[in-house]
Design a protein around this ligand. Structure first.
Ligand code: ADE
Length: 503
């Protein structure tokens, strides 16, 4: 057809070119788009808003951003890079005439561009409240930070199949989740009020009550990701000069070490463990151990940043966690108000960190709520793995063997057999601590009596109000034979299922 028209009306060649090339280009774009969800109609809910029809009518003067680079093939086309900004002058089908802008909004060049390479600068994916793909757990960790007041909200794409978009709102230190329904270009939380865009829906509930709640407040503050190292220069350096650190508040004091909140280079908050038993410490062994520990990196393990062993007392530098240890938190008024969802989420996070240790053939030996640290948004990290023999406190240690009696598996107490499965036993006790809001395990038992009772099959009863399905997990951690206990990987997925049941 193209050829035939070219032959019969050569003077209109440029028109035929535009018409037929456009078709071909669109084919190419469709193909390119098949990798990229921006072109998929409705298959991925995150993409449903791209160039929704309702924007078109009111787009006079609107600014667009390029999502991909494009190379001009004709003199009337405009080349651009991803991130370039445009003002659209003319919309003709799929190819628009647009002016490329510089940072201050001045026109750099004008030409024809493929419209589906562009996204409205204020499109939904660029909104401060749009958090993209995210599960409830991550959502809680953003929403429940102290910076967010009641009414703070975000919209996320649920990781659960067929759920699509969810509006999550902070209410009294909890999160309420509203499924956003989407049908035939309409969005709604409540069937009686439908919107032609997600943007409209959010704007409406910013000035009108949402279900039983008040209006939406401010968009959720995005939690800054934590660094895994002090800076890019310290990634491979574990020995750092003591002078770079200043000690501020004392966070805790023990027999072997005091812990301070401190600062590195007067900028970055860190936790500084100041060791007391320096005489008995072999500096080289200590450094080698630390080198190994520095390789263990996971979002739910405390990052070891550095050590200072050039002079006495030695320092161990780790990341700082604002809410301190989980045991103290659970026993505080703030901890007492935590609901089952957050408790289970915290248990899940610990299981996640422990799964990483399990995968890396590393044994903790002292897993307990006092060794889990908590930061903003109830982000939990397992601490003190590996350094046990250097820094363990004697308070809860038995007289004969230096082990935390109430948390330790029978085979570890009796025969010194520590394994990931003895960590699993301790995790069961940790679960008990979590769901009892920090109660001491086996209250009133002497060590000797407990040893005998455990041998005869005695196990702690469920804490008050602890769901049966959680207690069953605890019991599975306390099976006599280590091989009969679940591993951390399966504990993690069981806890995920519990979260799905609770919410
Ligand atoms: N107490 C002990 N270690 C800590 C840390 N890393 N952050 C906060 N409190 C702590």
């Amino acid at each position: 057809m193209e050829e035939c028209l070219n032959r019969s009306c050569p003077c209109l060649r440029s028109l035929w070119d535009r018409l037929f090339k456009k078709e071909k280009r669109n084919d190419a774009l469709e193909r390119k788009g098949s990798n990229s969800s921006h072109f998929k109609p409705d298959s991925d809910p995150e993409q449903r808003y791209n160039a929704p029809p309702q924007f078109v009518a009111s787009e006079e003067g609107a600014v667009y951003v390029a999502l991909w680079a494009f190379e001009a093939r004709d003199t009337d086309e405009l080349s651009f890079d991803a991130g370039d900004r445009f003002r659209v002058a003319k919309r003709a089908g799929d190819w628009w005439t647009a002016a490329k802008l510089d940072a201050s909004g001045r026109v750099l060049a004008t030409g024809v561009v493929p419209h589906n390479y562009l996204e409205r600068a204020e499109s939904v994916t660029l909104q401060p409240w749009f958090f993209g793909k995210m599960n409830r757990i991550e959502c809680l960790s953003h929403l429940l930070t102290d910076q967010n007041k009641d009414g703070a909200f975000l919209v996320r794409v649920s990781e659960t199949d067929n759920v699509g978009h969810v509006l999550s709102v902070k209410v009294k230190n909890k999160a309420k989740h509203f499924k956003i329904y989407h049908s035939e270009n309409e969005f709604y939380v409540d069937e009686s009020r439908r919107f032609s865009s997600l943007l409209d829906l959010v704007q409406y509930y910013q000035s009108h009550p949402l279900a039983s709640l008040d209006r939406l407040g401010k968009p959720c503050v995005r939690r800054k990701p934590k660094h895994q190292d002090l800076s890019h220069t310290t990634v491979d350096m574990w020995e750092l000069p003591k002078e770079d650190f200043i000690l501020e508040d004392k966070l805790g004091s023990g027999y072997f070490a005091d812990v301070y909140r401190g600062k590195w280079k007067n900028q970055t908050y860190v936790a500084i463990k100041v060791l007391k038993n320096n005489e008995s410490l072999n500096q080289r062994t200590f450094q080698m151990e630390v080198e190994v520990l520095k390789q263990l990196r996971h979002n739910h393990l405390i990052s070891l940043f550095a050590i200072c062993t050039s002079s006495i007392p030695y320092y161990i530098i780790t990341e700082y966690m604002e809410k301190g240890n989980l045991l103290d938190l659970l026993r505080s008024p703030e901890g007492n108000a935590l609901d089952l969802e957050i408790l289970t989420d915290m248990a899940f996070q610990v299981a996640d960190g422990m799964t990483y240790l399990e995968d890396h053939k590393s044994i903790h030996r002292d897993l307990a709520a006092r060794n889990v640290l908590v930061s903003e948004g109830y982000l939990c990290k397992v601490a003190d793995f590996g350094l046990a023999r250097f820094i363990k406190e004697p308070i809860y240690l038995s007289n004969d063997k230096k082990i935390p009696f109430m948390w330790t598996a029978p085979e570890a107490i009796e025969h010194g057999i520590f394994s990931n499965k003895s960590d699993v036993w301790s995790f069961g006790i940790l679960l008990h601590e979590i769901y009892s809001y920090g109660a001491n395990p086996y209250p009133g038992f002497s060590k000797k009596a407990l040893r005998e009772e455990i041998k005869c099959g005695y196990r702690m009863p469920a804490p008050p109000k602890c769901p049966h399905f959680i207690y069953k997990i605890m019991q599975s951690c306390w099976r006599e034979r280590p091989d009969d206990r679940p591993n951390f990987k399966s504990l993690k997925s069981e806890l995920q299922e519990c979260i799905n049941r609770i919410i």
